[in-house]
Design a binder for this molecule. Structure first.
Ligand SMILES: Cc1ncc(COP(=O)(O)O)c(C=O)c1O
Length: 386
């Protein structure tokens, strides 16, 4: 291995949200979605170089940054994107909030699939739009989370305006297949919905050789109604640098979206642009090793949970991301997160994702294998002692 994922720098006592939450307590933070790995050396070097310039005025992306992003979209997904379609954003939670304001009025309804990353439902709520989250169906035979098409059809009303898709889906780690994406596109076209596809986890497909398929590549006819959101942040572990983008091919949709950002959405900062370019241009060897390491962590997690932690279940394969959705219902704990925290592991509560109280937690396995092992040992002890 060229890169060291086993012994990253200490994050305790730093500006990390993830680690500050449990400052002064012996709790391993395995909640918010950033990884405890040092980023690709190429990113650090690019930032160092830019910092040495010593002037940090208002930023615009330079030509090479845009060309690198456009080149990456073409080479990775076969998606030809015109640079004018790109709208830079300081984050994709911001993008979700902008989209719901841009394409729906107060009182209008915004569809998504639950369980779901919380901003998919809080974004509509923040501006008086109404989230309608349709439960995913667990196909127990195929061991696969699937969209419940009948429920989706029933959920549409004259006030439904937007479908927020998460692809791959946080927290159930599904990378949607071609037929599912095509059906989402057809559904949105038939009901006149704007389709917002958050593809922030797109470069974290864990199966060797798996290739992300953007919704708009799976269903080219949907381009005129689709806002695709991407970022280097999850894959290359730079979310604190705030560089993300929406790709909006349709001029009317794009200008409506940009209008909703006016005066309230901050510019991307200089180091975000620099990291973005370095990540997509030079980060591929690091990403390939990262994927191997994450695959190892995922396999370790799945093996450990199924053999050593009775009452905790992973219901379907983790196809993407470094996040695992754990069913803990059988433990019968009223507040599983609190119980595990008391045993020294900080997880995310499934309730925030739309799960029933006591039913699910999410674990972040983007950490050194030894940390993951320690966290799982603590979970095993917590389960035994309940
Ligand atoms: C699906 C999804 N969208 C957006 C984000 C966060 O985006 P940002 O940090 O760019 O606001 C996350 C973070 O976990 C996520 O899982």
């Amino acid at each position: 291995m060229t890169f060291n994922f086993d012994t990253p720098p200490e994050r305790g006592g730093t500006d990390s949200q993830k680690w500050q939450k449990y400052a002064g307590r012996d709790v391993l933070p395995m909640w918010v979605a950033d990884m405890d790995f040092e980023v690709a050396p190429a990113i650090v070097e690019a930032i160092r170089l830019r910092a040495s310039h010593g002037i940090f005025g208002y930023a615009r992306p330079v030509r090479s940054t845009v060309d690198t992003v456009v080149g990456a979209l073409a080479s990775r997904y076969g998606w030809r994107v015109d640079p004018s379609w790109i709208v830079w954003l300081p984050g994709l939670v911001c993008g979700l909030n902008v989209a719901t304001r841009a394409f729906a009025e107060a009182g209008d309804e915004v569809l998504s699939l639950s369980p779901i990353y919380p901003p998919f439902t809080t974004a509509p709520r923040n501006s008086g739009r109404v989230p309608r989250s349709i439960p995913l169906a667990l196909n127990a035979v195929a061991r696969r989370w699937e969209m419940d098409w009948d429920a989706l059809e029933r959920a549409v009303t004259p006030r439904t305006k937007i479908f927020l898709l998460c692809h791959p889906h946080n927290p159930v780690a599904r990378a949607w297949a071609q037929d599912e994406l095509a059906r989402v596109a057809e559904f949105c076209a038939r009901h006149g919905l704007v389709l917002c596809s958050d593809e922030i986890h797109c470069d974290l497909l864990l199966e060797p050789g798996a290739r992300h398929r953007p919704l708009v590549v799976a269903a080219p006819g949907a381009a005129a109604r689709t806002v695709t959101m991407m970022a280097p942040s999850k894959t290359f572990n730079v979310p604190g640098l705030g560089a993300s983008f929406a790709i909006i091919p349709d001029p009317y949709l794009r200008s409506t979206f940009v209008r909703a950002t006016a005066g309230i959405v901050a510019e991307v900062n200089i180091f975000g642009f620099v990291a973005c370019e370095a990540a997509y241009r030079d980060g591929e060897p690091w990403r390939q090793e990262l994927l191997g390491y994450l695959r190892g962590n995922r396999d370790f997690l799945e093996g450990y949970i199924s053999s050593d932690i009775p009452g905790v279940r992973i219901e379907a394969p983790i196809e993407a991301t470094y996040l695992a959705w754990l069913n803990v219902k059988e433990l019968g704990l009223p507040n599983p997160v609190k119980h595990f925290e008391e045993a020294g592991v900080g997880l995310s509560d499934g309730v925030a994702f739309g799960a029933a109280p006591g039913s699910h937690v999410r674990i972040n396995f983007g950490c050194p294998r030894a940390t993951l092992a320690r966290g799982l040992e603590r979970m095993r002890a917590a389960v035994r002692s309940r």
